[in-house]
Design a protein. Structure first.
Length: 136
């Protein structure tokens, strides 16, 4: 079911903060976006499932150590919800600078989020390569 406006705004706040983390590389900010649960899960291309907040943070720090800069730009985002759970899907552009060279990788991302107090936290994120550029 399509999310109501208040839920969509709250979910977008979380996803925008995630996009900011790619730029700032702030692991503490990342901790405030993902659920602290032991079964919080992230899938990324080329790696096994990343389970647990500390493993997600370690994966991010490892990725950051291999690049000078990165950003995530979402295309159109579909947001749906039922009760305290929301899910979102988007095509996005992940731009990374390594060795002074910038490249953009089109990705598809799905999220499952849960409302905890006033914020939605990411419980599950799945990134995959896309052959099509994002549509904004």
């Amino acid at each position: 079911m399509k999310a109501d406006e208040a839920t969509a705004v709250a979910v977008m706040d979380t996803l925008d903060r995630l996009a900011d983390v790619y730029v700032t590389r702030d692991v503490a900010a990342m901790s405030a976006i993902f659920a602290p649960d032991p079964d919080v899960l992230m899938y990324t291309p080329g790696s096994d499932a990343v389970v647990g907040l500390s493993a997600i943070q370690a994966k991010a720090e490892s990725d950051w150590s291999r690049s000078e800069a990165a950003s995530l730009t979402y295309g159109t985002i579909s947001i749906s919800a039922a009760g305290p759970v929301a899910w979102a899907a988007t095509e996005a552009d992940f731009t990374v600078t390594t060795g002074g060279q910038e490249s953009t990788i089109p990705v598809r991302i799905t999220f499952v989020l849960e409302r905890r107090r006033e914020h939605f936290l990411i419980q599950h994120a799945h990134y995959s390569f896309s052959s099509a550029p994002s549509q904004g």
